[in-house]
Design a protein around this ligand. Structure first.
Ligand code: MG
Length: 332
C-alpha cells in the first residue's frame, strides 16, 4: 500500500531535511531557506540517529514477528541487539542522543534494560524511532501499545516517554487507517484519558515503575499521560494563532522532549494539510529539535498522502534507501 511506503520513507525524508538545520538558530534557517524552510533534500541525503534507530526498531520487530504472537520476551532481546549494533556502528556519528548512548553503554556492560534505562529521561529519542510499531500490520491495539512503550523503555524510563511513544505509534496507525489529520489531536487526547491508569506490566515488567514519587504502577504511568495531554492541548487553536509561517515550536514546544516533539510534529502536519513537503520543511525550519520534529512529521504526512506525494527522485537519493524499501514492501 502506498500509504505505508509514504510513511516509511517520509520519516527518513523529514530526518534528512532536518539534519542540516538541527543545531542552527531559527533566524539562520529562515535566512538560508525562507520563512517556510527547506523544500529540497541535500544532494547527499544523509539521515540521523532518528532513522537509524527506527530501522533498528523495525528489524527487531520483524525478527520478533517471525514467531508470533508478539511479546516482551520475544521483542526485547531483539531490539536490544539492534540498538547495541547501532551503538557500536561506525555510522553512529549523526549527533546521537545522550540518553540512548548512555543506556546502550549500560546494556552493553550487561545490565538488564530496566537498570540500564535512564529513568528520568523523556527525550524525544523515545518516540522519534517508534513509527514501525504503528506501521506494521496485524497487531492488536494492546500489542501495538505494549511494543511502542517497551522500545522506548529500553533507553527512556520516564513515563512521558512511554506515553508519547504509544501516541506517536497510534497516530501513524490511525492515519494509515484513514483518520483525518484534523481529528488526531482530540483522538490522542482521548487516548491519554482512556489509558491514564493503564500500566502495561506484561511489557514493562515490575521494575520500571518503582521510582521515587511513584506510589503505584498506575500513579507512575498517569504522570506520563497527563503530560502528553497537556502538550496536545490547544493544538487546534495554535493552527490559527501560530499558523504556517512561524516557528512551529511556538505551538508545541521545542521538541527535545518526547511529548513536545509529538505535538510540534503534529502541528506541522496540521498547518500543511495538503502539502507533505511543506510539513517536513516546517519541521526542519524550527528553533528546536528540527530533525526529530521533521522526521515525526514525515511519518505522519506520508501516512496521510502516500508515497506519490513525495518527489520521486528522493526515494533513490535517501540514505538507507534499500533498507527502507524492504520494510515498506514487507508491510504493504
Ligand atoms: Mg537526530
Amino acid at each position: 500500500m502506498s500509504k505505508v511506503r509514504g510513511a516509511v520513507f517520509g520519516l527518513a525524508f523529514g530526518d534528512a531535511l532536518g539534519y542540516p538545520t538541527e543545531f542552527l538558530p531559527y533566524d539562520a534557517i529562515v535566512r538560508q531557506h525562507g520563512p517556510r524552510g527547506p523544500r529540497e533534500l541535500p544532494s547527499r541525503a544523509l539521515v540521523t540517529d532518528d532513522t537509524q534507530m527506527t530501522l533498528a526498531v523495525a528489524d527487531g520487530l520483524v525478527g520478533a514477528l517471525e514467531e508470533p504472537p508478539l511479546s516482551a520476551e520475544r521483542l526485547e532481546p531483539l531490539i536490544r541487539k539492534e540498538f547495541l549494533d547501532w551503538w557500536r556502528s561506525p555510522d553512529n556519528n549523526r549527533a546521537p542522543g545522550n540518553t540512548c548512548m548512555a543506556a546502550c553503554a549500560s546494556m552493553a556492560a550487561g545490565k538488564p534494560w530496566w537498570e540500564a534505562t535512564i529513568a528520568g529521561s523523556k527525550g524525544c529519542g523515545a518516540n522519534m524511532r517508534v513509527a514501525p510499531m504503528g506501521i506494521v500490520p496485524g497487531l492488536s491495539d494492546d500489542e501495538r501499545a505494549g511494543a511502542a512503550q517497551l522500545q522506548a523503555a529500553l533507553t527512556h524510563g520516564h513515563p512521558t516517554g512511554l506515553a508519547a511513544s504509544e501516541l506517536s505509534a497510534f497516530a501513524v496507525r490511525w492515519l494509515l487507517d484513514g483518520m483525518a489529520v484534523a481529528e488526531l489531536p482530540e483522538a490522542l487526547r482521548q487516548r491519554c484519558l482512556s489509558q491514564r491508569q493503564v500500566y502495561r506490566g506484561e511489557w514493562l515488567g515490575d521494575h520500571l515503575w518503582r521510582q521515587p514519587m511513584a506510589e503505584s504502577p498506575e500513579a507512575f504511568i498517569a504522570r506520563g499521560w497527563d503530560e502528553c495531554r497537556a502538550a496536545l492541548d490547544g493544538l487546534e487553536d495554535a493552527v490559527r494563532y501560530v499558523g504556517p509561517d512561524a516557528d512551529p515550536c511556538a505551538a508545541g514546544g521545542a521538541g527535545w522532549v518526547a511529548e513536545e516533539a509529538l505535538a510540534t510534529a503534529l502541528f506541522c502536519v496540521l498547518v500543511f494539510p495538503d502539502d507533505p513537503v511543506g510539513a517536513i520543511a516546517r519541521g526542519a525550519a524550527s528553533s528546536g529539535d528540527s530533525d526529530s520534529i521533521a522526521s515525526l512529521a514525515g511519518g505522519f504526512a506520508g501516512a496521510v498522502h502516500g508515497a506519490e506525494a513525495w518527489p520521486a527522485e528522493w526515494f533513490e537519493r535517501i540514505e538507507y534507501s534499500d533498507h527502507l524499501d524492504r520494510l515498506a514492501t514487507a508491510w504493504s
